[in-house]
Write a protein that binds this ligand. Structure first.
Ligand code: SF4
Ligand code: SF4
Length: 85
């Protein structure tokens, strides 16, 4: 079952309760109250997650978090797995 739009595995996030995040598939806005381009794009297109999108992985999805030091490969692989189900 998919847990986010971008491939983040929210179920195994240790910060979830501390930051009062229910997961962005449930919340109208991300837990920080701002905007997430990936969440917005994915929901506007009517996909459950980016792995369903014919443009996957677009530049935005492929590069999100890179400048903060996160490896996007993990998220992208998760989206591929969700898409296979
Ligand atoms: S980065 Fe965006 S799409 Fe990914 S879990 Fe957070 S709000 Fe959802
Ligand atoms: S892969 Fe890119 S274009 Fe497709 S839904 Fe995700 S953010 Fe939007």
């Amino acid at each position: 079952m998919f847990e986010s739009r971008c491939g983040v595995c929210c179920g195994s996030c240790e910060r979830k309760e501390k930051v009062k995040c229910l997961g962005c598939t449930i919340m109208e806005k991300p837990f920080w109250g701002g905007d997430c381009g990936v969440k917005t794009c994915c929901e506007e297109k009517g996909w459950d997650h980016c792995g369903e999108c014919p443009d996957f992985p677009c530049q935005m999805e492929a590069n999100m978090g890179v400048e903060m030091g996160f490896d996007p490969a993990v998220r992208l692989e998760q989206c591929r797995k969700w898409a296979e189900k």
